[in-house]
Design a protein around this ligand. Structure first.
Ligand SMILES: Nc1nc2c(c(=O)[nH]1)N[C@H]1C(S)=C(S)[C@@H](COP(=O)(O)OP(=O)(O)OC[C@H]3O[C@@H](n4cnc5c(=O)[nH]c(N)nc54)[C@H](O)[C@@H]3O)O[C@H]1N2
Ligand SMILES: Nc1nc2c(c(=O)[nH]1)N[C@H]1C(S)=C(S)[C@@H](COP(=O)(O)OP(=O)(O)OC[C@H]3O[C@@H](n4cnc5c(=O)[nH]c(N)nc54)[C@H](O)[C@@H]3O)O[C@H]1N2
Ligand code: SF4
Ligand SMILES: [Mo]
Length: 768
């Protein structure tokens, strides 16, 4: 180890562990991260840190992290060299595509791709190299309904309005628990502090959640809705605004079409009509609508609990309908569109191409694509079902669908039957254990960081970049280089310099820019511009290019004060680019050039919502919802000692009245059963969940053989997604219904005959 690395020092690193993107100050001894605190000078996070960020040293140094590529030989995964690993991929993937067709090679992208530079910069090159439509991502377990509603309303699926937390007077928050999750589709480090500040400045907070969460406990009003009925509640709020003439679209009026049609479309959803289904009094619904309309400024914001439900796209649409009708969309204090430093530079407003859904459908069940993706719930059947286009090879980047998607047992078996699978993952887990080649990225401290995705969802426009805090360890490859080499290996260019991938992208972007009359580089030559780029690596040069051509960029000399990578590097705590500002109409890309308030696919889905009005559950029905714990992160952070234990456990939370009715004591094992199967799990009696609702966290179930996550395996928990068979989807977005699932719960010690019809499946076995 070089001498200068042997003493203690500090280095800045943006936290990649959740959407808050806090700036961290790492303490480093030698090459080891021994501490982390919030960077007080960070322009966005101002010193905030949570327990996960504080434990990043433990995650970085986890002895179970893979440090060497693995290749399957004689059925066993064995350590190998990087060159051998890529040789194996180059031998297998192009040949399988040749033999079975392009659709036979599938790609799965998991959540951490939005938290790494590599995940932002290379998947599109991978997909174009493969020319496959077999793309599945965590979005169809998450925010796809929001993309679809934004695509339909605004013409751009990535134009997602963000609640202006720091300036709003009133926040109506549905199905989100930022006190545990630290926020999502709303990048706001210290979300808890920002909510408290809202209250302190006299603002009001309403939280709609079947559980009295830590967020709900901060609120002026907590509405314990029946799961799965947010779209009904939101439709009723919309109805009240029209009925009581409380709409005031203000400056937006000239940019919105379809108001009358929308009023007509929600006419049946009166507060009185939805009250029973939502289990919320009509008077409360009217009060919420009036408060929303009366607030000087207000924002409606919905997340997981309003997305991963039966009417997820309708609920996501109605969130913005309410923002629009109250004049709060696109105004300070309402919900605004951020403008990130790497976004496309705004153009003069003009009609766009609009957003199309269902341009193709999945092979087996005919699910429509959304944003180029097929529902991840359909992955197993696409692997299992014979016929042309059957998936034979899978490239899995940073995803663990065996735990995160419905019916993990079925997917587990399907993956086992693949001809070839690559996983880019630091862990050998429930999914990667099936791979023929595992390519492990380095730990976070050894990677550079830039938030391409979350800067476009942040409550303040700002830009930050951190270089690796620790040099790349011996024998490791930067994840960008791993993905670049993977692109080359599958595209017949195996062995070429990985920089080729970056120079090709740079050249393509510059060629497009010089031909664009709106670009500051119009008419110049790509080679001259490429030569001006700075940066030590391919990803840095690409970042430099995006910053220069972005909305705050120096435009290769057009604005000498503008952003470049060099200027950003001179500001290690980031550069504040100001509060969010109105962006309509420039942000609109619909065919009409206006906000299309009642898009046809939405109108066509409303009859399904009408059916839900009548959909009454019996008095003893139980509906399952999820939950997140502050010290958790989906399926992959149960292996970190500092984050484990205490209240971070896999239990079935249940209201005391339901527990009493079912004869279940606190801590007693209960069997939960639904469409897809059953799991057995300890009961936790908690009056924070409303009666008629039970809650299990996701990401557990670490009991499969062949993984290498010792601590996680020692307290495995059960996989909640085993209760799902993958058939419940929000039809417009293909998103799995993960909340509001009817379940039965029985004592696991119950006598024979009392067990559910399909029979309990013990969680401690791997079913085949
Ligand atoms: N029932 C239920 N299910 C859910 C949810 C729910 O609320 N309820 N939530 C859903 C949501 S919102 C999401 S986003 C999905 C997440 O679904 P996934 O993305 O499939 O799951 P993660 O657990 O985030 O797994 C990420 C994988 O990336 C790996 N990884 C971690 N860091 C890196 C890295 O730097 N590089 C690479 N290459 N790999 C890395 C981890 O080891 C892990 O294997 O789960 C969904 N599933
Ligand atoms: N600590 C921690 N932080 C995380 C993650 C993590 O696993 N752990 N995961 C990250 C990821 S990938 C994401 S997408 C975000 C998600 O961030 P959030 O959306 O804030 O996620 P949750 O904490 O799951 O909150 C969802 C809430 O919806 C409620 N809910 C369930 N069903 C319904 C319903 O039908 N209606 C309403 N109104 N509410 C309902 C649940 O009770 C729960 O409190 O968190 C991110 N941050
Ligand atoms: S809130 Fe999120 S980004 Fe901030 S320190 Fe915690 S895990 Fe990291
Ligand atoms: Mo997510």
């Amino acid at each position: 180890m070089p001498h200068e690395l042997s003493s203690s020092r500090t280095a800045l690193r943006i936290c990649p562990l959740c959407e808050a993107t806090c700036g961290l100050t790492l303490t480093i001894e030698g090459t080891r991260v021994t501490g982390a605190r919030g960077d007080r000078d960070d322009v966005l996070s101002r010193g905030f840190i949570c327990p996960k960020g504080a434990s990043i040293g433990g995650l970085d140094a986890d002895p179970d992290r893979l440090r060497t590529p693995l290749v399957r030989r004689n059925g066993r995964l064995t350590e190998t060299s990087w060159s051998d690993a890529f040789d194996v991929i180059a031998d297998a993937v192009p040949a399988l595509a040749q033999e079975h067709g392009q659709q036979a090679v599938g790609v799965v992208l998991g959540n951490p791709n939005v938290h790494t530079m590599a995940g932002a910069l290379y998947p599109s090159a991978l997909l174009s190299a493969l020319r496959t439509r077999s793309l599945f991502t965590a979005s169809t377990l998450d925010q796809m309904p929001k993309h679809v509603s934004s695509g339909l309303l605004f013409g751009d699926p990535n134009a997602i309005p963000v609640p202006d937390l720091d300036r709003t007077d009133h926040l109506l928050l549905l199905g989100a628990n930022p006190l545990e999750s630290n926020g999502s589709l709303c990048t706001a480090p210290d979300f808890p502090g920002r909510l408290k500040a809202l209250r302190r400045r006299g603002g009001t907070l309403t939280v709609v959640d079947p559980r009295r969460t830590r967020t709900a406990r901060l609120a002026d009003r907590h509405v314990a809705i029946r799961p799965g009925t947010d779209a009904l509640l939101l439709a009723a709020l919309t109805h009240v605004l029209f009925e009581e003439k409380l709409t005031a679209t203000g400056a937006l009026a000239q940019h919105v079409e379809g108001l009358d049609e929308t009023a007509h479309a929600v006419r049946e959803f009166t507060p009185e009509a939805v009250a029973g289904a939502c289990d919320i009094e009509a008077a409360t619904i009217r009060a919420i609508a009036r408060e929303l309309a009366a607030a000087r400024t207000a924002a409606v914001y919905g997340r997981i609990g309003s997305c991963t439900v039966e009417h997820g796209t309708l609920a996501s649409w109605l969130v913005d309908v309410l923002n629009i009708l109250t004049g709060n969309l696109d105004r300070p204090g309402g919900a605004l569109f951020p403008l990130s430093a790497t976004a496309r530079t705004p153009r003069p407003a003009a009609p766009g191409k609009g957003f199309a859904l269902g341009r193709w459908t999945s092979r087996v069940s005919g699910h429509p694509e959304a944003k180029g993706e097929l529902p991840i719930s359909a992955l197993a059947e696409e692997i299992e079902t014979p016929g042309e286009g059957r998936i034979r090879a899978l490239i899995v980047l940073a995803a663990n669908p065996v735990l995160s998607a419905p019916d993990g047992d079925r997917l587990d078996r399907a993956l086992d039957g693949l001809d070839f699978m690559v996983a880019v993952d630091p862990y050998l887990n429930e999914t990667s254990r099936h791979a023929h080649v595992v390519l492990p990225p380095p730990p976070p401290s050894q990677s550079a960081h830039f938030d391409f995705a979350f800067n476009a969802l942040a409550v303040r426009n700002q830009v930050r970049y951190t270089r690796p805090a620790v040099p790349l360890g011996d024998g490791l490859l930067d994840e960008s280089e791993i993905l670049a080499r993977l692109v080359l290996a599958v595209s017949g260019m195996h062995g070429a310099d990985p920089c080729t991938v970056d120079t090709t992208v740079v050249d393509r972007m510059l060629t497009r820019a010089v031909a664009d009359p709106h670009s500051p580089v119009h008419g110049r030559t790509p080679a001259e511009l490429a030569a001006a780029l700075t940066g030590r690596t391919g990803p840095e040069r690409r970042l430099d290019l995006m910053l220069r051509l972005g909305p705050y960029g120096e435009g290769f000399g057009a604005d000498p004060e503008g952003l470049t990578l060099e200027r950003l590097l001179a500001h290690p705590h980031g550069i504040d680019l100001g509060p969010l500002r109105p962006r309509i109409p420039e942000v609109l890309a619909t065919r009409s050039g206006r906000v299309e308030l009642l898009p046809a696919p939405i109108a066509a889905d409303l009859p399904r919502l009408r059916h839900a009005l009548a959909d009454r559950h019996g008095p003893d029905a139980l509906l399952l919802v999820g939950r997140r714990h502050l010290r958790s992160n989906n399926s992959w952070m149960h292996n970190i000692a500092e984050l484990s234990g205490g209240s971070n456990v896999c239990t079935l939370q249940m209201h005391p009245a339901d527990a009493a009715r079912l004869g279940l004591a606190d801590g007693a094992p209960a069997t939960v059963a639904s469409d897809g199967g059953a799991v057995t799990v300890p009961v936790e009696i908690d009056d924070g969940v409303r009666a008629g609702v039970v809650s299990l966290p996701h990401g557990w179930g670490h009991n499969r053989p062949g993984t290498r996550m010792s601590l996680a395996a020692a307290h495995p928990g059960v996989n909640v997604n085993q209760l799902l068979d993958g058939s419940r989807l929000d039809p417009l977005s293909g998103t799995a219904v993960l909340n509001g699932i009817p379940v039965t719960v029985t004592s696991a010690a119950a006598p024979a005959g009392a067990v559910p019809r399909r029979g309990p499946r013990s969680a401690s076995r791997n079913h085949t």
